[in-house]
Design a protein around this ligand. Sequence first.
Ligand code: ADP
Ligand code: MG
Length: 247
Amino acid sequence: MKPILEVERVRKTFGGVVANNDITLEVPEGKIVGLIGPNGSGKTTLFNSIVGYHVIDGGSVRFDGREISELRVPRIARRGLLRTFQQTRIYGKMTCLENMLISVPQRDQTWLSILRKPPAADESKAEDLLEFVGLYAKRRLLAGELSFGQQKLLEFGMALMNEPRMLLLDEPTAGINPTLINGLMHRLRRVNEELAITLFVIEHNMSVIMSLAEYIYCLAHGELLAQGRPDEIQADQRVIDAYLGAH
Ligand code: ADP
Ligand code: MG
């Protein structure tokens, strides 16, 4: 299976802290791959390094066979690789539909002019994607009135407006009511299967990631500690120790 993302010996330091130490991993096209590890193990930093938010101190990142480690966030996004955040980034005083419309890649016009007169094609795409994430009925509501879980779904829909080939999701279930987690997982699987978007998912909820991902990487102290299928990772004593040691 051809990798869509290849991370090779990526290193990122903050002052004296080595957040990512020579991380090498790959994500095959079309799959759902997990990234786990105790708090502070370097997961978010790795996502930020991949999408061009950080300038890395060493190593390389290739997306679809092309080097991207010299590029910054907007250019990488235009190539189809996007991340969502641990904290949602929506505009609470705008409607769900407006949030979706300001998420399309910027053209010549400013976002204000998009809001005044959104291109019809964008509006219908936004409505289709709101339907896809289960928020169509709420499209005219202010985003600030949504529950936290619904805001995450909106943020997810906003990322889909960019028509990504691959999404990096940083703790998609964090803070979500447990009764809504199954629904979110169902939507993630649909995005992967029906929209053919490759997913690389940081997740602290073990039962979620074990059932969602086909393959899992585990970080500890900024290093790649283990990798394997979910059953292999669950049985890996190094992974168990890393989690126990973190508490
Ligand atoms: P995780 O997402 O696995 O919890 P992070 O990638 O957020 O871990 O953090 C890894 C390490 O890097 C931690 O020690 C954290 O304090 C440090 N770190 C992360 N981002 C920054 C930053 N912008 N400046 C300084 N240190 C950072
Ligand atoms: Mg994190």
